[in-house]
Design a protein around this ligand. Structure first.
Ligand code: UD1
Length: 432
């Protein structure tokens, strides 16, 4: 098991370059197997979730050629199995995108049913509703979900809940269905637009992605393409918050500032300076920031994936803030960990009341999930003394070279093996 060991108290300063969007990449990799020609995907984030999905894709027989850390070529013509094993689903829920992709291409797919997960119960009823509307017979048996159809036919589908996963999964299947699908109350996240753009670059006919009505005309086949994934909104947001929390000054490069508006607006509201460039944002803070309220909402609202990081910042700000989590019911697991560092946060149902404290003190904490883990690292960068963040495999699911990027802007952070006491001691001696 690895840990991050952090000596806090340095203002983060300098430049950091953001990688490709993990959540876009997951949809795009699944979509790539729908072509029988070679598809080249660039700006792929080299993170654990992506590597697991690539293994799942290889396991069904597709050809995966990892040209470099951030480029992969996929050829779906060699697929021999339509069955995604629980081993992959267990590690990464988004392997269920292969259900939509295989159903669209082969009219048949079996995928182990994703279980619950750390941040909430996460049902997939809307995915199933969509597949059924396209004409598939969906059954659940022995923990596996099967979708079969003689023919998939476009339909009018209304999502009862705005769901990123269901929007992408239905878009995948409908891309190769017969005729026209209209998907209403669709999610509008930037990665949905990116998956749609990718599918269109393979010859699909999808219009309206990024609005709440997506129109898809099915095509018979998808072709070769070369495509570069958009920058990761949440990785960028995490560095924005880290810059503000440490009273730093960081230029965050390779971003789409429009995707960051909800985060920028909140940072400005509490007194940070956010300067937008064409493909970069600079975040500066030179004083203790103020309080605000946040409610997580589907895009363009404040992203649930930024809630823990922002709450960590508010926990250090002046005054009381209210954080309302309206997407996932169990996303406050970091609160007890932050309390160990001195934070004062009270949770009532889906609302956290955050009473800002002047400082955090370094402590041993454990990452409960991906974004909560990132929040603890940000907290560690601010805290007095040494913070050890355990269970960082969660963080590695979604942040590429996190510690290297943080070191590049002045953080004192090392990734060490939890059993390697010498490495820890070396770090402690280096930083005291
Ligand atoms: C995706 C993101 C995740 C992000 C979330 C919300 C990926 C791989 N993951 O997750 O990082 O936190 O969007 O922005 O892109 N729901 C249902 N029935 C369904 C599907 C969803 O009730 O069939 C509910 C969920 O329980 C949740 C809400 O809808 O309350 C939104 O979930 P959804 O947008 O589907 O999240 P994911 O796609 O799982």
């Amino acid at each position: 098991m690895e840990q991050y060991i952090i000596k806090g108290g340095h203002a983060l300063k300098g430049e950091v370059v953001i990688g490709g969007a993990k959540n876009a990449a997951l949809g795009i990799l699944a979509a790539a197997i729908m072509s029988n020609e070679t598809v080249t995907i660039e700006n792929l984030p080299n993170v654990r979730d992506i590597n697991v999905l690539l293994q799942a894709i290889e396991a069904i027989g597709a050809t995966v050629d990892r040209v470099s850390d951030n480029v992969v070529k996929i050829n779906g013509s060699t697929i021999g199995s339509l069955n995604i094993d629980y081993e992959f689903i267990r590690k990464i829920r988004a392997s269920y995108y292969l259900l939509g992709a295989l159903l669209g291409k082969y009219k048949s797919a079996q995928v182990a049913l994703p279980g619950g997960c750390a941040i909430g119960s996460r049902p997939i009823d809307q995915h199933i509703k969509g597949f059924e509307a396209l004409g598939a017979v969906v059954t659940i048996d022995h923990g596996t979900i099967s979708a079969q159809a003689d023919e998939l036919a476009g339909n009018h589908i209304y999502l009862d809940v705005v769901s990123v996963g269901a929007t992408i999964n239905i878009m995948l299947a409908a891309s190769m269905a017969e005729g026209k699908t209209i998907l209403e109350n669709a999610a509008k996240e930037p990665h949905i637009v990116d998956v749609a753009n990718f599918l269109n670059s393979m010859g699909a006919n999808i219009k309206g992605a990024g609005t709440d009505v997506i129109r898809i005309k099915g095509v018979k086949e998808l072709k070769s393409t070369t495509y570069s994934i958009i920058p990761d909104q949440i990785e960028a947001g995490t560095f924005m918050v880290a810059a503000a929390a440490t009273k730093g000054d960081v230029l965050i490069k390779n971003v789409i500032p429009k995707h960051l508006e909800a985060i920028s607006a909140k940072l400005v509201e509490i007194g940070a300076e956010v300067i937008e460039y064409d493909d970069a944002v600079r975040v500066k803070a030179d004083k203790r920031l103020g309080h605000t309220n946040i409610k997580t909402l589907p895009y363009p609202g404040f992203p649930t994936d930024m809630q823990p990081q922002m709450a960590a910042l508010l926990a250090l700000s002046n005054g009381s803030s209210m954080v309302i989590e309206s997407i996932f019911e169990n996303r406050f697991k970091y609160v007890d960990e932050l309390a160990r560092m001195g934070a004062s946060i009270k949770v009532e149902g889906n609302i956290a009341i955050v009473n800002g404290v002047e400082k955090f003190s370094g402590a041993m904490v454990s990452a409960p999930d991906l974004r909560a883990g990132a929040a603890l690292v940000v907290a560690g960068c601010v805290a007095d003394g040494i913070t050890v963040v355990d269970s960082i495999h969660y963080i590695q699911r979604g942040y590429e070279a996190f510690e290297e990027k943080l070191r590049g802007i002045g953080a004192d952070i090392e990734r060490v093996d939890a059993e390697d006491y010498k490495a820890m001691q070396k770090f402690r001696l280096k930083v005291v």
